[in-house]
Design a protein. Structure first.
Lengths: 426, 96
């Protein structure tokens, strides 16, 4: 009974393949290894590789087939043990050396997660320490309230930030977000955390000047804690299961509030179905940030240059039908508002104007778009206009930042959707 | 000199996934093989070539081919159901 399983893996992905198989409970999953980069090979080279690979498959299938249950189910079980207590060096340097040896850090010094600090943080949730908030891909480790608090302490969070982090973990683990893909990809994608509602003021999360830059404790440490959780509970260690080609600075921390006071429209959480007085966390799979500096004071002109910036032929949003985001500066939002545009109008105008001629894509990417978006776009020609999101409401917009003529384009991983979850009430 | 102090382990307990046992096949002759193509460039060519070789060199009886919409999303449940029903061995792809 049962199905035998086998994975063909290019050399650069062998580490990921073995780690992922272990995490899913199939440590003996046979891997047939082919040379990397495989996608660049000529048709003749592929034939030669197949000729060798088929013998590996025949041998591996006889030797060590693995029942494919876990391979197909995609997720392991999550258990809810309390965290183990460990003796670690009490001095700063010794403690950080101890953490480095275990790869528990993002590369910066950590705060020791003593039982007292963790207990102080857990006083900010009604959840039991051992209650499982979610299993975090790709290792599918169980993120308990206690585990989240431990990593939050290490990142330097204030105890009252815990509810935001619990909500962030819930949002990241929603299947719509596709954390498995985000954690294990070569793409630089980082998890951008957007906080809305009254908790923004209560925790001093910055949505104004330099909100994506340095200097605000909540923004810096909440984003950092999420990264530690993704590594320590999710198991995505750089160079192992995290296969990012270069990564990006946003992988250290990427968190801001929306500037709701300066937003001339409904804020993000209200747009997404929550009451204004509810607090929420939204997660976005952000491939980077690109500054858009323009003195345009005319709404048409402003929308045109933003749309021009969105459309680029190396974009995952265009390949897969994604969800490009725009952070409008309060001044740019005001220009659009004064022209009588609603947020939905802005999305529709940007969506239409940012459609990109398929001829701009590289030949291989053109073929990829045809395959991934064929059902949506129909038969493509070089003149087909490819949108960055399947529909206009797929363009994400928040208003954030301080005075200035700078808005930000946030392209995404494409195979992900932003998820918003409400923060636990006290 | 400072001594040791107590901290809490920030990692999740490992090995929480249910362990799946090994299943070996007694050769490929007469077997049904399923492919789940990860949709990366060239992988469909590899699947075509392997399918041909599995039949001609190793006596595989039938080959079922599925292709994901893209590499970073799971295959639909219907694909899993199909290979479970029809196949003795399923082959997936990882990497590019």
């Amino acid at each position: 009974m049962g199905l035998a399983g086998l994975t063909i893996c290019s050399t650069a992905f062998e580490t990921l393949g073995r780690a992922q198989a272990r995490a899913l409970g199939c440590p003996d999953l046979p891997l047939a290894i082919i040379p990397h980069p495989f996608g660049l090979r000529t048709r003749e080279e592929v034939r030669k590789i197949a000729s060798e690979c088929v013998e590996d498959i025949a041998r591996l299938a006889r030797e060590a087939g693995t029942a494919a249950g876990a391979l197909l189910s995609g997720s392991g079980g999550a258990r809810a043990d309390r965290a183990r207590r460990l003796e670690a060096p009490g001095d700063h340097d010794g403690f950080n050396r101890y953490c480095r040896e275990r790869r528990w850090s993002d590369g910066l010094p950590l705060v020791p997660p003593t039982p007292e600090r963790v207990a102080a943080m857990l006083r900010h949730t009604r959840r039991a320490p051992e209650s499982v908030v979610a299993a975090i891909a790709p290792a599918y480790g169980a993120a308990t309230a206690e585990g989240i608090a431990i990593n939050a302490v290490m990142a330097g969070c204030e105890p009252q930030y815990l509810p935001v982090l619990i909500t962030a973990v819930e949002a990241l683990s929603d299947p719509e977000f596709n954390l498995q893909g985000i954690q294990a990809t070569t793409n630089p994608v980082a998890t951008w955390i957007i906080v809305n509602g009254p908790i923004v003021r209560a925790l001093d999360v910055n949505g104004g000047l330099n909100c994506l830059g340095q200097g605000t404790w909540a923004n810096a440490t909440i984003g950092r804690a999420v990264r530690l959780l993704l590594q320590n509970i999710g198991g995505a260690l750089p160079g192992e299961m995290d296969r990012a080609t270069q990564g990006q600075p946003g992988k250290y921390t990427f968190c801001c509030a929306e500037n709701e006071e300066a937003n001339p429209w409904e804020p993000l959480h209200v747009e997404r179905g929550y009451a204004r007085e509810r607090s929420t966390v939204t997660v976005v799979g952000a491939a980077g940030t690109l500054n858009m500096n323009t003195h345009a004071k005319d709404a048409d002109d402003l929308l045109r240059v933003i749309a021009d910036t969105l459309a680029h032929p190396t974009s995952n949003d265009y390949y897969f039908g994604g969800e490009p985001w725009v952070i409008l500066s309060p001044e740019h939002a005001q220009v659009l508002k004064l022209a009588g545009l609603t947020k939905a109008d802005v999305k529709r105008r940007l969506w239409e104007a940012s459609r990109m001629a398929a001829s701009r894509l590289a030949a291989k990417d053109y073929a990829r778009v045809q395959h991934t978006r064929g059902a949506e776009l129909g038969a493509m020609t070089a003149a087909t206009l490819v949108p960055g999101a399947p529909t206009a409401d797929g363009i994400g917009i928040i208003v954030a930042g301080g005075p200035g003529t700078h808005s930000v384009y946030v392209p995404t991983f494409g195979q992900t959707r932003a998820v918003t979850k409400p923060v636990d009430r006290d | 000199m400072t001594g040791d102090s107590l901290i809490l382990n920030p990692t999740a307990p490992g090995g929480s996934a249910p362990r799946h046992g090994r299943k070996a096949l007694d050769g490929l002759k007469g077997k049904a093989v399923g492919f789940i193509d990860n949709a990366k460039p060239n992988f469909h060519h590899l699947v075509d070539d392997l399918a041909e070789l599995l039949v001609s060199r190793h006596g595989v009886a039938s080959v079922v081919k599925h292709r994901k919409r893209s590499a970073s999303i799971p295959a639909p449940q219907a694909v899993y159901a199909d290979v479970k029903e029809k196949c003795d061995l399923v082959i997936t792809g990882s990497g590019d």
